[in-house]
Design a binder for this molecule. Structure first.
Ligand SMILES: CC(C)(COP(=O)(O)OP(=O)(O)OC[C@H]1O[C@@H](n2cnc3c(N)ncnc32)[C@H](O)[C@@H]1OP(=O)(O)O)[C@@H](O)C(=O)NCCC(=O)NCCS
Length: 146
């Protein structure tokens, strides 16, 4: 299995992170902004084959009840070989370890189009449903004339 040839660590450089985003066609932004986001993430896991980062997961947590899974990316040539599952299992295990007895957290994410069935495998429900409206979002851009 591919995962047996890999190692997992908890760091990723801003350059590696932006390269992942570029490869999967996600929005790009300055390296400095990536660096700040990575530094303030509550959990990062990265699967490496040799020195190459081939899959990553990243979680934002407010240390209260709000947890947001920000990025789950497997490089295209390594998809479909169980790495996404490994990343999600590591993330869910970490979140479980953050929660003391009696605590609860709302764990949310924005699924990329068509990836909803992947996340359903880990207990996520699509919105809207009988209890929740749609998740909503927007991109905002920094302006020089504020
Ligand atoms: C989504 C993504 C992370 C899945 O990673 P992956 O390594 O290909 O997934 P795995 O091989 O570990 O698959 C895990 C399980 O999910 C299923 N699965 C994966 N992608 C799926 C999809 N698009 N639809 C339905 N099921 C899917 C697999 O069949 C597998 O099922 P099983 O474990 O029950 O046999 C990967 O496709 C990816 O990085 N895509 C580009 C970035 C992206 O869209 N990320 C999600 C952002 S929100």
């Amino acid at each position: 299995m591919l995962i047996d040839e890999c190692r997992i660590d908890n760091t990723i450089t801003p350059e590696e992170y932006m390269e992942f985003r570029k490869i999967v066609g996600w929005a790009l932004f300055p390296l400095e902004q990536a660096q700040q986001g990575l530094a303030n993430s509550a959990y990062i896991c990265c699967i490496r084959k040799g020195d190459e980062a081939i899959a990553l997961g990243r979680v934002i947590w407010d240390h209260g009840y709000v947890v947001y899974i920000a990025d789950v990316i497997v490089l295209p040539e390594y998809q479909g070989q169980g790495l996404g599952r490994v990343i999600m299992e590591l993330i869910m295990k970490q979140i479980g370890e953050w929660l003391k007895p009696g605590y609860k957290a709302m764990v949310s994410l924005s699924s990329a189009k068509g990836k909803e069935p992947f996340y359903r495998k880990f207990g996520f429900q699509s919105r809207p449903d009988e209890n929740f409206g749609c998740g909503m979002c927007q991109w905002m851009e920094g302006s020089t004339d504020i």
